[in-house]
Design a protein around this ligand. Structure first.
Ligand SMILES: NC(=O)c1ccc[n+]([C@@H]2O[C@H](COP(=O)([O-])OP(=O)(O)OC[C@H]3O[C@@H](n4cnc5c(N)ncnc54)[C@H](OP(=O)(O)O)[C@@H]3O)[C@@H](O)[C@H]2O)c1
Length: 229
């Protein structure tokens, strides 16, 4: 089974590539520079390409069984107020291009890394969080994830959008879990756990056509450690 990963050089994308390969996928990883192509580990086929360029996307889609999109609109630094260095419509323009190529090639399954706050999850962010997002450059990512999710919803494909709230780079064996009422919106999901979830949902038909909000899983304490006898 062949998986095409867009945004394969990113912090989440790199985990998706290596975890999918360990899970038995043949991974075609799309990156945009020769330096990334030569340093990427785990991919059977690291390929140079622009996710917004129809010819590049058509070229990598042949023979694919599924697609994972881990693209993100980059800023000059990780500060939420730093200027953008990616186009403000990078993710939606890429999704439009990818969806068209999938429809042409008959590829059905796509998992998209979105963000909590996109689409109908926006009103669930408290007012102070929404004010912060509106003032910062992160608003561009949120608006564009919303546009991407709309494109997926109208695509007729078997799509799943994953919406973590906050990400960090801590290594974690804990799963990224679906958000339940009462879960903290400030829960940080490790990019490694998110990637594990991306790979897992590729084979979960119950997530087709859904945007799934994610929080960090909690460690389960054993009966012995919770006993205070
Ligand atoms: N940060 C958070 O707390 C948070 C919370 C929720 C959701 N998210 C979402 O999670 C997703 C993944 O985040 P991440 O931190 O893993 O991303 P990241 O490390 O910033 O990776 C972004 C990826 O997009 C690629 N990219 C950026 N601009 C491009 C362009 N113009 N053309 C082609 N490729 C381009 C990058 O390629 P290069 O390596 O070549 O730059 C990289 O592969 C993002 O969509 C983000 O909005 C983030």
């Amino acid at each position: 089974m062949r998986l095409v990963v867009f945004g394969a050089s990113g912090a989440t994308g790199r985990h998706v590539v290596s975890l999918a390969a360990k899970d038995g996928w043949s991974v075609r990883a799309v990156v945009r520079s020769e330096a990334q192509r030569s340093t990427l580990t785990g991919a059977d086929e690291p390929i140079l390409g622009d996710p917004t360029e129809p010819a590049d996307v058509a070229r990598v889609m042949g023979g694919a069984d599924a697609v994972a999109v881990c693209l993100g609109i980059s800023r000059r630094t990780r500060s939420p107020f730093a200027p953008l260095v990616s186009p403000a419509d990078l993710t939606s323009r890429s999704v439009a291009t990818i969806v068209q190529a999938m429809q042409r090639e008959g590829v059905r399954r796509i998992v998209y890394v979105s963000a909590f706050g996109a689409g109908d999850s926006w009103p669930r962010i408290p007012w102070w969080g929404r004010a912060f997002l509106r003032l910062s450059q992160v608003r561009h990512s949120m608006l564009d994830h919303t546009r991407s999710e709309r494109l997926l919803a109208g695509s007729g494909l078997e799509w799943t959008a994953l919406r973590p709230m906050l990400l960090d780079d801590a290594p974690s064996a804990l799963p990224a879990q679906e958000m339940r009422p009462g879960d903290s919106l400030l829960s940080k999901v490790s990019r490694e756990s998110l990637a594990r979830r991306v790979v897992a949902v590729l084979g979960e038909p119950l997530t087709h056509g859904r945007a799934v909000a994610l929080v960090a899983g909690k460690a389960h304490m054993s009966a012995t450690t919770t006993s205070h006898a």
